[in-house]
Design a protein around this ligand. Structure first.
Ligand code: F6P
Length: 507
């Protein structure tokens, strides 16, 4: 679908009347229409989009765009395993890791999972001696998912303590090894391509640390998680400890594959299986629910309304649960690496805004730091709140009541505002949108559902705009320049040349 065909519809979306949120609530059916509870394997999750400017008018125009771009066809193509990542000539089969979609891809994923389960269970049973810690080394999609899942689900009672190291700054590895004993530590090297500079450099230093700590055969304590198993073997990892996954699983969608090894090591296989099941339930909802009932499509429609019609250049995510503190960073990669594009899938320029900047933090901390701008700044920033009914601690339940009261108070305040009379400094304009996701309990299945919801939400935005969300060529140029700096074989602009000289790395 050529972008020109949808241009008038996007213009129509911009031109719609803009009733205030409080006016939209004059409709007594609004809450029923826009707050949906899904019964999911980890318990119910409430998706409340009623405090956004979605309306029948807005949805009608977005529905026309969805029809014009054949959103339903793209959704089917994604699950069928069509070559939807057209610039790289690949399918995108992360749903197959959850047992959903293309049968051949799902069978292959199951075989890889069986191999992973066997190794996880053998290690738990003592295959590699006593294992108390696992240092998981990877970056981007090979680190953010495991880090989020471990922080959310394995703060207590982990079968193995997992430390995720991503940054090439040796201080990151130093902090991890300080908490580990070489005699009882495993190293997981996680890299889809098994070529990433940061990961391989950290892995080599971790091997040195094991060796210096008295481990005679450091490679004997390494597990590789990769879509390039030959490279891992050539690098020195024993083939029996190489856990492959399919090339068609994108890096930022790879935590469901063997990249999730540390999650299974920390939670046990049942926990990892529950994580997959939670995601699979959202796959089915996204694939099977009608457009009007589909919480994934509804969320993407709201995202598009704000970026395309209201010109919002960022969206904020606040987790009112300490265990989800890494979720905003995870979503940042998912959304910005997927949809931060300036070219359409057909190679023509994107003439509309692409992905907004995703940012956020945890509540209540963020209230005392950045919410000033959300309430009274000049930017309109749609906010997502995430909260969990059952607390993740045993302290006085008053903590949790206060936490949730603050979360819901923020959404209410953003919407209602408060007139300051003559005192503009104390005036809250209100009519600022927010959505709230409220889970009953934060277990592995619920986290799986939350992540899959955001994956598909990102996909819908991409399809509506005509973007391929599954490539990321934008990250390559900087990597290539960094390599030529290290090789000392390139000329740079005067500023860069002076910086290199000042830091003493000018070849
Ligand atoms: O540089 C971006 C990127 O390619 C991400 O998309 C990916 O998740 C990350 O680097 C790590 O890549 P790999 O898993 O191949 O080491």
């Amino acid at each position: 679908m050529a972008a020109t065909a949808t241009a008038p519809l996007w213009t129509a979306l911009e031109s719609l009347p803009r009733p205030a949120l409080t006016e939209l609530f004059a409709d007594p059916g609004r809450l029923d229409r826009y707050a949906t509870v899904l019964d999911l394997p980890g318990g119910p999750i409430r998706f409340d989009w009623s405090k956004t400017h979605l309306s029948a008018d807005v949805e009608a125009v977005l529905g026309q765009i969805a029809e014009a771009v054949d959103l339903e066809g793209s959704r089917e193509a994604l699950f069928a395993g069509a070559l939807i990542n057209n610039t790289e000539g690949r399918a995108a089969t992360h749903m197959a890791e959850r047992g959903v979609g293309n049968p051949a891809a799902a069978e292959e994923a199951e075989r890889f999972h069986e191999r992973m389960q066997a190794l996880v269970e053998a290690i738990h049973e003592g295959l590699l001696g006593e294992v108390k810690s696992l240092i998981h080394i990877g970056i981007g999609g090979s680190a953010l998912g495991p880090a989020l899942a471990i922080d959310a689900l394995a703060r207590e009672d982990a079968k193995v303590a997992v430390h995720v190291v991503s940054n090439v700054d040796g201080a990151a590895l130093a902090a991890a090894v300080a908490k580990c004993d070489p005699a009882t530590t495993l190293i997981a090297v996680a890299s889809k391509t098994f070529t990433t500079t940061e990961t391989l450099m950290n892995a080599i230093s971790a091997l040195d640390w094991l060796r210096e700590g008295g481990v005679e055969d450091p490679f004997g304590r390494v597990v590789a998680l990769t879509a390039a198993p030959d490279k891992a073997v050539a690098w020195g990892v024993d083939e029996t400890r190489v856990l492959p996954f399919a090339e068609t699983v994108g890096g930022r969608y790879s935590l469901w594959s063997s990249i999730g090894f540390p999650i299974a090591m920390a939670l046990g296989w049942d926990g990892f299986a529950a994580f997959l099941a939670g995601a699979a339930a959202i796959d089915h909802h996204f694939l099977e629910a009608q457009l009007a009932e589909n919480v994934v499509i509804r969320a993407a429609f709201a995202d598009l309304y704000y970026t395309q019609a209201r010109h919002c250049s960022s969206r904020a995510v606040f987790a009112y649960d300490e265990r989800l503190a890494l979720l905003p960073s995870y979503l940042q990669q998912l959304e910005m690496e997927s949809n931060g594009k300036r070219v359409l899938a057909d190679g023509t320029p994107l003439t509309r805004p692409s992905a907004p900047v995703t940012w956020g933090g945890v509540g209540t901390d963020a209230q005392h730091a950045v919410f000033q701008l959300l309430h009274q700044g000049t930017h309109l920033i749609p906010v997502d709140f995430l909260a969990v009914g059952i607390p993740g601690h045993d302290f006085d339940p008053a903590h949790h009541r206060t936490l949730l009261a603050n979360c819901f108070a923020q959404g209410a305040a953003l919407m209602a505002g408060k007139a300051g009379g003559d005192d503009m400094a104390r005036d809250y304009p209100g009519d600022r949108p927010s959505a709230t996701i409220l889970c009953d309990e934060l277990g592995a299945a619920t986290l799986g559902s939350l992540i899959a919801f955001h994956e598909h939400r990102t996909f819908v935005s991409a399809m509506m705009l005509g973007i391929n969300p599954f490539d990321q060529f934008g990250v390559e140029l900087g990597k290539a320049i960094a390599k030529s700096i290290e090789a000392g074989d390139a000329q740079f602009d005067p500023s860069t040349t002076a910086l290199l000289a000042a830091a003493g790395i000018d070849g």
